[in-house]
Design a binder for this molecule. Structure first.
Ligand code: HEM
Length: 171
């Protein structure tokens, strides 16, 4: 199934907005994590966890799934294919890893945000939060670079399919 040009453009717009938007949202939390670790304000850590809690279901998770879903439809519905080009395959693996880590991290965020609701709590800075947001940002930047450069390498399956298509057009 090949998408019509109009449908592809709509999907590509949604794909770029959700994927790059996801990276932007994660970048905000990287900056907040660093601010918390660098600050001597004991309350700032609480604010970070409450902000993460507010953003995770309303923004981060929906953007992650929108990126994954639109990426999958674009891959299957265009000449790129899902398993033909290494750059598409790598993006799929990286996005899946980032999404799984995010979903697993939701439970931690909920637990810690529950504790952070108590204004008496202090010293809630967490290097592990920076590890998650920073690692996630690196992965998302890598997928963006792959999307823009689209390195040429084709999988064996992709090479076979291309050969089959060439034979079909000759005969
Ligand atoms: C966070 C993860 C992702 C990011 C940051 C991202 C980013 C982008 C960007 C910026 C483009 C536009 C490139 C251009 O038109 O030159 C693009 C296109 C594309 N992406 Fe993604 N993407 C992500 C996930 C995925 C996934 C999971 C898949 C599928 C397995 C995928 C498949 C594609 C395909 C096939 C295109 C080309 C569509 C076309 O030209 O019709 N992407 N991506």
């Amino acid at each position: 199934m090949i998408l019509t040009s109009a449908t592809r453009k709509v999907l590509l717009t949604l794909h770029v907005m959700s994927s790059v938007g996801w990276a932007g949202a994660v970048a905000v939390f990287v900056v907040l994590d660093i601010a918390v670790l660098a600050s001597s304000d004991a309350q700032l850590g609480r604010v970070l966890w409450l902000a993460l809690q507010a953003a995770v279901w309303s923004l981060l998770v929906p953007l992650a799934f929108a990126s994954l879903l639109t990426g999958l439809v674009l891959a299957v519905g265009t000449v790129w294919g899902l398993f033909r080009h290494y750059w598409v395959l790598f993006k799929l693996v990286l996005t899946l890893i980032a999404t799984v880590v995010l979903v697993l991290y939701v439970q931690t965020i909920s637990t810690v945000a529950g504790i952070a609701q108590d204004p008496a709590m202090s010293g809630m800075d967490s290097p592990s939060a920076l590890l998650h947001t920073g690692g996630g940002l690196v992965v998302l930047l890598l997928t963006t670079v792959l999307a823009i450069y689209k390195p040429r390498g084709m999988t064996r399956y992709g090479q076979r399919k291309r050969l089959e298509q060439r034979k079909q057009t000759v005969s």
